[in-house]
Design a protein around this ligand. Structure first.
Ligand SMILES: Nc1ncnc2c1ncn2[C@@H]1O[C@H](COP(=O)(O)OP(=O)(O)O)[C@@H](O)[C@H]1O
Ligand SMILES: [Mg+2]
Length: 410
């Protein structure tokens, strides 16, 4: 049976972020005989967006309504260890500064820290291991990228039986995989830039046919990307064959599935969506990247990309973008939240659906909450609404029967 990384008590060793003992935790539904809702904030994680997640979670923990919620921080280290108790945020921040020490320690202890599975009582969480129970009412995963935003953690949270914020397994996995997402969006008639999906294996064994396929289907410039990643990691623009080869080589470091896409001169328009089955759309925003495209450096290093809120586009286009974003969200059965990103051709003004992020950057200055702020929902209220949506979805799901009375069979 698959399970999570271990939940650790990091109190004993808050700086290194790794406990010496294989303490683990039972997650149970809180008894509710109290006045505050216990919400676990899950942050960090095994992705290149670990740092962004820490900042997003820090923002949420600061702004959350403390009269209504009691926060239980749960940090996930870059090695995949789950940290509870003490100050996991401090532990992960410290760990980020001393990665070799943590890595060495983690390697030594990896075996000892395996989650222990015990027989489950009805209603008990499959995260059950040993020791102290961790009583929770709801979980808010604030994990960006693979192993957090891609359905893996959502699957684990489903198994706990607890409500959790955001998209479920399918919408998370589909949105993370650009190849699958584009296939689905295309099949529903959304405007998607022409693209080719290339398996790394084929690229490595038959590069000539890959290049001729791409050149037959697309014009330069082309964009090369790993299918499952974010933050523009491994994304390049190829202006000629030589750059296409280099771009595919680079993307192949990060995934076994690669995308080659028609490049355009793009304006970047984004919309925030909130809700379950009746989602609402924010005003759109526009990003003005500090480089020739919204690369990793433009996102996180330069600190010079601008957000224009609302996007300076016509009313008609604003409405079109908002409606398309809601449709895309509904099409993959998303829940809670997502940021839907568009590319608008600067030359032809055509609008293309680029991607959907189910756990978008959530720092107080990130596009997702900023767009809601401009639409009239404050950061604190947004957090509250997302948690309430998690409860609503859970309640609705609980109505679904999971067993079938065979005497009813026809
Ligand atoms: N087809 C394209 N044409 C023009 N620019 C693109 C195209 N695809 C990606 N980009 C640029 O690369 C950035 C990152 O690509 P994206 O597909 O959004 O990946 P990520 O999931 O890493 O954000 C975009 O924000 C945009 O600036
Ligand atoms: Mg993007």
């Amino acid at each position: 049976m698959a399970t999570a990384g271990p939940l650790l008590d990091c109190q004993s060793d808050a700086v290194a972020g790794v406990s010496n003992t294989a303490t683990s935790v039972v997650i149970t539904k809180s008894a509710m005989a109290k006045d505050k809702i216990r919400v676990a904030i899950l942050f960090g994680g095994k992705s290149g967006e670990h740092e962004v997640s820490l900042t997003s979670a820090q923002g949420i923990m600061k702004a959350i309504d403390k009269n209504k919620y009691e926060v239980v921080p749960i940090g996930i280290s870059q090695e995949g260890h789950w940290l509870v108790g003490g100050d996991p945020m401090k532990a992960l921040r410290a760990a980020a500064e001393i990665p070799p020490a943590l890595a060495a320690m983690a390697e030594e202890e990896a075996e000892a820290l395996q989650t222990v599975l015990v027989p489950l009582e009805p209603g008990q969480s499959p995260l059950t291991t040993v020791n102290a129970p961790l009583e929770l009412d709801v979980i808010f995963p604030v994990l960006h990228g693979p192993y957090g935003e891609d359905g893996t953690v959502q699957g684990l949270l489903e198994l706990t039986g607890l409500p959790y914020v955001g998209a479920g397994v399918t919408a998370s996995a589909v949105s993370m995989d650009k190849a699958i997402a584009k296939d689905i969006f295309c099949s529903h008639g959304f405007p998607v830039l022409p693209y080719r999906v290339v398996l790394r294996k084929r690229w490595e064994t038959d590069p000539t046919s890959v290049i001729s396929d791409c050149e037959a289907a697309l014009r330069y410039p082309m964009f090369t990307k790993p299918a499952n990643l974010g933050s523009s990691v491994g994304v390049s623009r190829a202006r000629n064959r030589q750059e296409l080869v280099a771009g595919l080589d680079q993307a192949a470091h990060f995934d076994r599935k690669l995308i080659v896409e028609q490049g355009i001169q793009a304006r970047e328009i984004e919309v925030s969506i909130l809700g379950n089955e009746d989602p609402i759309a924010s005003v759109p925003g526009e990003i003005i990247p500090s480089r020739d495209f919204y690369s990793y450096a433009a996102k996180y290093i330069d600190n010079a990309s601008d957000l224009l809120i609302p996007a300076p586009i016509s009313e008609e286009l604003t409405e079109q973008v908002r409606q398309l974003a809601i449709k895309a969200y509904t099409c993959v059965d998303c829940a809670g939240m997502a940021r839907v990103d568009f590319l608008m051709d600067k030359v032809t003004q055509e609008l293309w659906l680029n991607e959907m992020n189910t756990i978008p950057g959530f720092t107080p200055i990130s596009m997702y909450p900023k767009l809601w702020e401009a639409t009239g929902i404050s950061y604190t209220e947004l957090i509250d609404r997302l948690i309430q949506l998690a409860f609503e979805r859970h309640t609705d799901k609980s109505r679904t029967e999971t067993s079938f009375d065979t005497s009813m069979a026809t």
